[in-house]
Design a protein around this ligand. Structure first.
Ligand SMILES: [Zn+2]
Ligand SMILES: [Zn+2]
Length: 354
């Protein structure tokens, strides 16, 4: 089968032929219906040296996957061949306290996981291929009626990550609250929709691209702003000069974090989701009183079930630009150039072929 593989750090991925995986005990092979191209994959291609992470190339890219159950290993029950499924992307040990809660992103026994701190497309072979080996049946969530793999795949990261961040701040997102989403790309346009679907808060979106601001408004934002010298004043004016209750920063640069800190309300939340690597100076006077700053990473299995349910009811929709597997490398080039609207999604096969 064909697979888009990262062969070494600081290189471009290559499409090559590899063997179709066979499931061992408790493992499942899915035929990949769709795999999202994530901005974090660009960091994998450009930013890491050997030893920086506990895992490394070669592996097949794609950590945002959905498809159909194709083959099950010994001991797997309850999964019918051809059933549409989404893949929970972080693969932990399965037995520590966090894994038992479904929060395998924060596995506390990484030494006992299939790969420490990673998953499919993150150290192990991912979904930019015709078939994907999933190391345990618990990582699969059935797709609700009305949702196909092309719609579901981007929701497993670009939807789930902002969902986790928004739900974490649910108590601060009442009807009189204002939430700010900085960066309206793959994650940000879904963050706006998650806020709309799960809270009564007003939503302000920030992006330097006009097309992204238009997308934010289509997704339900109340106001879309461009960065500039007046940005913080504009956000604060919209909140009656008290500041934003929750700021979700889907970029995470020095500049966006400074905007987040200057825009937040006392007692507010600043949640760093984007991995641009910026820093936010912290001192007694640097932030509004009792403002909390946190990072979040991905989300848990129960939350993915909720995200898929919202999507099946039409309340969340990933805006996607589709590519064939042959064009997967182009998807990443377009992502790097900022020309993708919403999420770039690679479609290796468009229907289940037994
Ligand atoms: Zn990702
Ligand atoms: Zn664990």
């Amino acid at each position: 089968m064909k697979a888009l593989r990262l062969k070494s750090w600081k290189s471009q991925p290559i499409l090559e032929d590899v063997a179709v995986p066979e499931p061992g005990p408790d493992e499942v092979v899915i035929q990949v219906g769709a795999a999202g191209a994530c901005h974090s994959d660009l960091h994998l291609m450009h930013d890491f040296d050997a030893g920086a992470l506990p895992w490394g190339p070669p592996f097949t890219l794609g950590h945002e996957n959905a498809g159909w159950v194709h083959a099950t290993g010994a001991g797997v029950r309850g999964l019918d061949r051809g059933a549409p499924v989404a893949v929970v992307g972080a693969w932990g040990c399965g037995t520590c306290a966090h894994c038992r809660d479904g929060l395998e992103t924060y596995c506390e026994r990484p030494d006992a996981a299939p790969v420490p701190g990673g998953g499919g497309g993150l150290g192990l072979d991912g979904g930019m291929a015709e078939y994907l080996l999933v190391p345990a049946a618990r990582h699969l969530v059935p797709l609700p009626d009305g949702l196909d793999p092309v719609q579901a795949a981007p929701l497993t990261d670009a939807g789930l990550t902002p969902y986790h961040a928004v739900r974490r701040s649910a108590s601060k997102l009442g009807p009189t609250a204002t939430a700010v989403v900085i960066g309206v790309g793959g994650l940000g346009h879904l963050a706006v929709q998650v806020l709309r679907a799960t809270s009564g808060a007003r939503v302000v979106a920030v992006d330097l691209r006009e097309g992204a601001r238009d997308l934010a408004m289509q997704c339900g934002a109340d106001l879309a702003l461009a960065p500039g010298p007046d940005l913080v004043d504009e956000i604060r004016a919209f909140t009656g000069n008290v500041g934003a209750d929750v700021v979700i920063d889907c970029v995470g640069s020095d500049e966006t974090l400074a905007t987040a800190a200057a825009s937040a309300r006392q007692l507010g939340d600043i949640t760093i989701v984007g991995i641009a690597g910026g820093t936010l100076p912290l001192s007694f006077f640097a932030l509004p009183y009792e403002a909390s700053v946190q990072t979040t990473y991905w989300g848990n299995r129960r939350e993915l079930v909720e995200v898929l349910d919202l999507a099946a009811r039409g309340l969340l929709k990933a805006e996607s630009t589709l590519y064939t597997l042959d064009d997967a490398a182009q998807a990443y080039r377009d992502l790097a150039h900022g020309t993708v609207t919403g999420r770039a999604v690679v479609v290796p096969t468009d229907s289940y072929q037994p």
